[in-house]
Design a protein around this ligand. Structure first.
Ligand SMILES: [Zn+2]
Length: 86
């Protein structure tokens, strides 16, 4: 039995990118693209694995990313009036 499960392949992919870390500047440069991929439902682990890896380890960039995501979401899906508290 030498068949790799999808999970093992995924782990190997993550491990193989680990040596190739990016810094906050590089992460920030690609952050808007990353957020667009997330909103489009794309596989960010495949498209931008280094950004994903950085976001998992850097709370500052993660905060930045979440703020960006909220901003993009509000332009893509405008908040409905009934969401507002009365
Ligand atoms: Zn960072």
């Amino acid at each position: 039995m030498d068949i790799q499960s999808p999970i093992q392949q995924m782990v190997q992919m993550i491990v193989s990118t680990r040596s190739d870390e990016i810094g906050c500047d590089e992460c920030f440069e690609q952050l808007d693209r990353f957020a667009e991929l997330v909103l489009a439902g794309k596989n960010t682990a495949e498209a931008l694995p280094l950004v994903l890896d950085h976001l998992n380890r850097c709370p500052d960039c993660r905060e930045e990313f979440e703020a960006l995501l909220v901003a993009l979401q509000s332009t893509t899906f405008p908040p409905r009036p009934q969401y507002l508290p009365t």
